[in-house]
Design a protein around this ligand. Structure first.
Ligand code: C2E
Ligand code: MG
Ligand code: MG
Length: 601
C-alpha cells in the first residue's frame, strides 16, 4: 500500500452521465462477473454491487446500495485494516488488501480476499472486490499440516514443536499473561528397539501410534479446566514431548509425568499382539524468561538420561545440583590414570546362577572406585569417562588380570567344587586400541586359568558392524576357547540373525526386559512396569537358542521373575534375588551352595 492520488482529475466530470454503448457493456460485465464487486463512494457507502457480491452476502445486489461497505466485509474490526481502508477512501493510499473469514448465507464460512482500490482516474469512489480463497487456504493448510505432522502418529513433529517452543519462550508471549513459566516432559520408550527388531516395523509403528493416542489423552485430561492442553509432539524415533505453556510449577509437571507413565504401562493390544512397554521421562520446569529452546532441550535430554540411568520406567526431575555434579566429570577424569597406579580400584563379583538348579556357575566382575574424596563410585560414574580419555585400556587390563587371578584362586581354594567361570566387561576401545588377544593370552598363561573359564562381555555396539581387526580379535579369542557374551542385549541396534554370524555364544538380556516380568504373582496394585512383553522375550530366547546361543537374564530381583524366566527357557540368571555384587571372600563362601535362598547380604 503506497502512493497517493489527489482525487479525480476535474476533466473527468465532463463525460459523466453520457451513457455510451461501451458503458453499458462494462456495466453488464461488472454485473455478471464471477468476482464479487461493489463500487463504494468516498463516504464508504455502497453505490452499486454486482450479482456475485449479492450472492456472497445472500442478498439481492440492489438491496446493498447505501449500506456501509466496511460492515459488509468486516473492515472495521481491527484498527490497522480500518485505518488503511480510510486512507484508500480518502485517496491517500493506493490499495488495501486483506483476508477475512466470512459467514456464507448457507451457513458455511469462507475465506475471502478483500481488495479495495480507487477507480480509474475520472471515476469517483473505490472498487471493492472479494475473492473466495477458501480452496487455496485449505490446500495451504493441508500442506502446512503435512510439513508439521508426523504421518505415523499424526502428532505435531519436531518442526512444529520447536516453532511452538520458540514462540512460547519469546519475551512478550509470557509477559502479557500467564505464569511466565514453562514445563516439558521429554520421554523415550524403554526397549522399543527390541520390539521393532523382533516383531517388525509395522508392529513398531502401530505401537507408536497407540502410545501417541494415550499421550494425547493424558494431555487432554491435564488441559481440562485450563486454558489449553499441553502440546504433544513426536520428536523422532520413540521420543515424544509434552510441552506445558504457563505451567504452575513442578507439581503440575510431576502429575502429568505420573499420568503418562501409568498410561503407557497399561498393555497394548495391537492386532492380537499384547505388548507392554514402559517409558522414561525427563521433566524440566522453569521460568520462561532467561531460558532458550536449546537450553531447555539440553536440560530435558540430561534429565531423560538420568531417568534411564536410574533404572528406566520412571520420571526424573531436572536437578541443577546433579547437573553441576555432572560437571565434576572433568575433575574425575583427570584423576583416573593415577588412581589405577594408586590401586584405588577394587572388583566385586556377582553370581551367575543356573536357572534350572539354582547353582552358582560363574560370576561377573564389576569394578568400583574407592575414591579418596567421593567414596565408593559405581562404574556408571567413571567407565564412560575412562572410555573417552582412553584410560579404560590400562583399567580394563587391570580388571582382566585381577578377575582371572581371583577365578584361579577360588579354583585352587575349592578343589572339590566345579570351578567358577569369570565374566569380564570389555569396552569397545579395548578391542580397538589395545592388543586384547595378546593381553588375554598372556593373562591366562600367567594366572593358569583355563580359557573356558573366562567370558568377555561386550556391548552390542562394540560387536555390531565389527569387521577387520575387531572381528579377527573376537574370532581369535573364541578360537582360544574364551566365550563372548553380548551385554545389555536389546538396548542397541543389533539383530539376532546378524549376531549369530559372529563368534558370540551368550546373550545377556538387558534388565529392562526382566523388569516386565514382575507383575505375575505380585500383589494387586503393585503392577510393575513392563518394558517389553513376554512375547518379545520369549521370541528372543527361542531365536537365540535356535542360533546356538545361551541366554542370561540381568536384574532378576523377584522369584516371580525367576519363575517366568525359567518357564520361557532362560538359561542363567543374575540379580539381587540371588545376590548383590559382593567381595571375593563372600563368593568363596557361596561356592557349592544353592543360591535362590541365599538372598542378599
Ligand atoms: P552390566 O555389565 O550390565 O552389569 C550389571 C549391572 O547391573 C551392575 O551394575 C550390577 O550391580 C547391576 N545389577 C545386578 N543385579 C541387579 C538387580 O537385580 N537389579 C538392579 N537394578 N541392578 C542389578 P554396576 O556394577 O553398577 O555396573 C554397571 C555397568 O558398568 C556394568 O553393567 C558394565 O557395563 C559396566 N562395568 C562394570 N565393571 C566394568 C569393567 O570392569 N569394565 C568395563 N568396561 N565396564 C564395566
Ligand atoms: Mg556386564
Ligand atoms: Mg548388562
Amino acid at each position: 500500500m503506497s502512493g497517493t492520488s489527489e482525487g479525480p482529475a476535474p476533466a473527468a466530470d465532463l463525460d459523466r452521465g453520457a451513457v455510451t454503448e461501451s458503458d453499458s457493456i462494462y456495466r453488464s460485465v461488472f454485473r455478471t462477473a464471477s468476482v464479487a464487486m461493489a463500487v463504494v463512494d468516498r463516504e464508504g457507502l455502497v453505490v452499486t454491487a454486482n450479482d456475485g457480491f449479492g450472492a456472497l452476502l445472500g442478498s439481492p445486489p440492489d438491496a446493498l446500495t447505501g449500506k456501509v461497505a466496511a460492515d459488509l466485509v468486516d473492515l472495521a474490526s481491527d484498527t490497522r485494516t480500518w485505518h488503511a481502508y480510510r486512507e484508500v477512501l480518502r485517496g491517500r493510499e493506493a490499495r488495501l488488501r486483506c483476508t477475512r473469514r466470512m459467514k456464507h448465507p448457507d451457513g458455511q464460512s469462507v475465506w475471502v480476499q478483500v481488495v479495495v482500490a480507487p477507480l480509474p482516474a475520472g471515476e469517483d469512489g473505490v472498487l471493492l472486490s472479494v475473492t473466495d480463497i477458501s480452496a487455496q487456504r485449505e490446500l495451504q493448510g493441508r500442506l502446512r499440516h503435512l510439513q508439521m505432522h508426523d504421518p505415523v502418529t499424526r502428532l505435531p513433529n519436531r518442526t512444529l514443536f520447536f516453532e511452538r517452543l520458540t514462540a512460547a519462550l519469546e519475551a512478550g508471549s509470557y509477559e502479557e499473561s500467564g505464569t511466565g513459566r514453562i514445563g516439558l516432559c521429554y520421554l523415550d520408550l524403554d526397549g522399543f528397539k527390541a520390539i521393532n527388531d523382533t516383531l517388525g516395523h509395522r508392529v513398531g509403528d502401530r505401537l507408536l501410534a497407540a502410545v501417541a493416542e494415550r499421550l494425547t489423552r493424558c494431555a487432554d485430561e491435564a488441559g481440562y479446566a485450563r486454558a489449553s492442553a499441553p502440546l504433544v509432539a513426536r520428536l523422532g524415533g520413540d521420543e515424544f514431548a509434552l510441552l506445558v505453556e504457563d505451567s504452575t510449577g513442578t507439581e503440575q509437571l510431576a502429575d502429568l509425568a505420573e499420568s503418562v507413565l501409568k498410561a503407557v504401562q497399561a498393555p497394548f493390544d495391537l492386532a492380537g499382539q499384547r505388548l507392554s512397554v514402559s517409558a522414561s521421562i525427563g521433566v524440566v520446569e522453569r521460568h520462561a524468561a532467561g531460558t532458550t529452546p536449546t537450553a531447555l532441550m539440553q536440560a530435558a535430554d540430561t534429565t531423560l538420561y538420568w531417568a534411564k540411568a536410574d533404572g528406566k520406567a520412571r520420571w526424573t526431575l531436572f536437578d541443577p545440583e546433579r547437573n553441576a555434579h555432572r560437571m565434576t566429570r572433568q575433575a574425575l577424569a583427570s584423576h583416573l590414570r593415577p588412581a589405577i597406579e594408586r590401586g584405588e580400584f577394587v572388583l566385586e563379583y556377582q553370581p551367575l546362577v543356573g536357572m534350572e538348579d539354582g547353582r552358582v556357575n560363574g560370576v561377573e566382575a564389576l569394578v568400583r572406585w574407592n575414591h579418596p574424596q567421593f567414596g565408593v563410585l559405581t562404574p556408571n560414574r567413571f567407565i564412560g569417562l575412562a572410555e573417552e580419555d582412553g584410560s579404560i585400556v590400562p583399567l580394563g587390563l587391570w580388571v582382566l588380570r585381577t578377575a582371572c587371578r581371583q577365578a584361579r584362586r577360588w579354583q585352587l581354594d575349592h578343589p572339590d567344587e566345579p570351578p567358577l567361570f569369570v565374566s569380564v566387561n570389555v569396552a569397545v576401545r579395548q578391542v580397538w586400541d589395545s592388543d586384547l588377544v595378546a593381553d588375554v593370552a598372556q593373562t591366562l598363561a600367567e594366572t593358569g586359568l583355563a580359557p573356558g573359564l573366562l567370558q568377555l562381555e561386550l556391548t552390542e555396539s562394540a560387536v555390531m558392524g565389527s569387521a577387520g581387526r575387531p572381528l579377527q580379535a573376537l574370532q581369535a579369542l573364541s578360537d582360544m576357547g574364551v566365550r563372548i557374551a553380548i551385554d545389555d542385549f536389546g538396548t542397541g541396534y543389533s539383530n539376532l540373525a546378524y549376531l549369530s554370524r559372529l563368534p558370540v555364544s551368550v546373550l545377556k538380556l538387558d534388565g529392562s526386559f526382566v523388569r516386565g516380568f514382575q507383575y505375575e504373582g505380585d500383589k494387586e496394585g503393585t503392577v510393575a512396569p513392563n518394558p517389553a512383553d513376554e512375547v518379545v522375550v520369549e521370541a528372543m530366547i527361542q531365536l537365540a537358542h535356535r542360533l546356538g546361543l545361551t541366554v542370561t537374564a540381568e536384574c532378576v530381583e523377584t522369584s516371580a521373575q525367576a519363575t517366568r524366566l525359567r518357564r520361557i527357557g532362560c538359561d542363567t540368571g543374575q540379580g539381587w534375588l540371588y545376590s548383590r555384587p559382593v567381595s571375593p571372600e563372600r563368593i568363596g563362601e557361596l561356592m557349592g551352595t544353592q543360591t535362590e535362598a541365599v538372598g542378599n547380604p
